[in-house]
Design a protein around this ligand. Structure first.
Ligand code: HOZ
Length: 439
């Protein structure tokens, strides 16, 4: 596989874009090669600028649950283009979108559309602080809530990948409002509530972590958070930017039966267009301006193109009762196939999966928190990533991200990935028979 054009573009990009990329997570740095530049996608396939074809298991980092260029999303976008690209004024479609979100996710009684997951979490936290009149928030190590100043503390995703524990440029005072605790560590949360209970505005978490790889909540963890928040008047925020409309139509909160006070959304709700949303109990959301004193706004919020794409996406999901079972079956097939290939090759691999979010961790430890994820052999992951890419399988370029399966992945594509993994893992076993797990 040749990557001459990608390589030339990367050189050009580095002159004018920091690191040559518009988001560090896509830089391929941790996997020891240059990024490939993508030209187009269709269904679950991608083509790069050199004409190489891949099966795409990134799906734009989550949004493309229906694959690239889904006909209903494209038709809706074409329709919206006939009206204009932006008004900065109310539209019919944004009301329909808000109604649909509230209908599918009943804990959301009112919702505000924004432009990204970062905006959604930043705004939800501000609302929680305005509502409670308190400052502190608990977050979990290895969870990532976008690049919100106060949440860039022991965060996952690009920071975990690049080994940056806390971001530069965040004033100490902002970071000091965040208490980072171990994910799945209910006892630590209990202790924090004993110490800071009446100062805690919010607990924010990914109800299924996706930004340190896929890490599900342990049984009882989400309910323990729910109980502690209720007892202490603290706002429980589920960051469902990754899990919303993906692990189930109603998100992780419907899958695990635990109801947050507020929810943040992004990714799938835009069908690939830039959008986010935050919402929750009416009593809390009434604090948002112009109803209340917590300011939040944006010229492009509720943008007609993003809303058209998102509405088409959500309608397609709600209108297809079999979709989550189909994607569950494809994802289970992928997980079983790759794990069996690893076992045959004698490579130590652990996998976590919730629905269509899957991570294969190069460790023999069970991964239920950041310490487990950090025990992985990231060098070996880098090798696996590069070899899979050479086999035409496009994976997230970090051990600490989730593989995303979509409804566009058929048995053919899942088997292509399994066969490639079998080949690559067998090669690992030959070249690195004693490859150490750091666990
Ligand atoms: N939140 C995305 C996945 N962890 C990161 C994607 C990006 O920064 O490009």
């Amino acid at each position: 596989m040749q990557h001459e054009l990608s390589s030339a573009l990367f050189k050009e990009a580095q002159q004018v874009i920091p690191g040559g990329v518009n988001s560090p997570a896509r830089a391929f740095r941790a996997v020891g090669r240059e990024p490939v530049f993508i030209a187009r996608g269709d269904g679950c396939r991608l083509w790069d600028v050199d004409g190489n074809e891949y099966v795409d298991f990134v799906g734009s980092w989550g949004p493309l649950f229906l694959g690239h260029r889904h006909p209903e999303v494209i038709a809706a976008l074409e329709g919206a283009l006939d009206t204009s690209t932006s008004f900065g004024a109310p539209t019919v479609a944004e009301v329909k979108m808000a109604e649909l979100i509230c209908e599918i996710v009943p804990s959301i009684e009112m919702v505000r559309l924004v432009n990204s997951g970062t905006e959604a979490t930043m705004s939800a936290l501000r609302v929680a602080r305005g509502y409670t009149g308190r400052d502190l928030a608990i977050k979990f190590v290895g969870n990532y809530h976008g690049h919100v100043d106060s949440l860039l503390v022991k965060a996952g995703s690009g920071l975990a990948t690049l080994g940056i524990s806390d971001s530069g440029g965040v004033p100490e005072g902002f970071a000091a409002t965040t208490l980072p605790l171990p994910y799945n560590g209910a006892a630590a949360v209990q202790e924090a509530f004993s110490t800071y209970g009446d100062r805690l505005a919010a607990v924010i978490l990914e109800p299924v972590a996706g930004n340190m790889g896929c890490v599900p909540p342990r049984p009882g963890f989400l309910q323990a958070l729910r109980d502690l928040c209720s007892e202490n008047g603290t706002v429980l925020i589920f960051d469902e930017v990754m899990t919303g409309f993906r692990v189930a139509l109603g998100g992780a909160q419907s899958l695990y039966g635990v109801t947050p006070d507020m929810t943040t959304l992004g990714k799938v709700i835009g069908g690939g267009l830039p959008i986010g949303a935050f919402g929750g109990r009416r009593e809390i959301m009434q604090h948002v301006a112009p109803l209340g004193a917590v300011y939040q706004g944006g010229t492009l919020s509720g943008n007609p193109l993003a809303v058209a794409g998102g509405l088409a996406m959500l309608r397609a999901l709600r209108g297809d009762p079999g979709i989550y079972d189909r994607v569950e079956a494809s994802s289970a097939r992928l997980q079983a196939g790759v794990m069996s290939a690893a076992e045959d090759a004698g490579v130590k691999l652990t996998s976590n999966r919730v629905g269509s979010m899957v991570t294969f961790f190069f460790t023999d430890r069970t991964v239920h928190d950041w310490d487990g994820a950090a025990s992985c052999d990231t060098e070996l992951f880098g090798h696996y990533f590069r070899e899979m890419l050479a086999c035409g399988i496009y994976l997230p370029c970090s051990q600490f991200e989730a593989v995303f399966v979509s409804d566009a992945h058929g048995e053919t594509e899942i088997d292509l990935a399994i066969n490639a993994a079998a080949k690559v893992l067998a090669g690992v076993a030959e070249t690195q028979p004693a490859s150490p797990s750091q666990g």
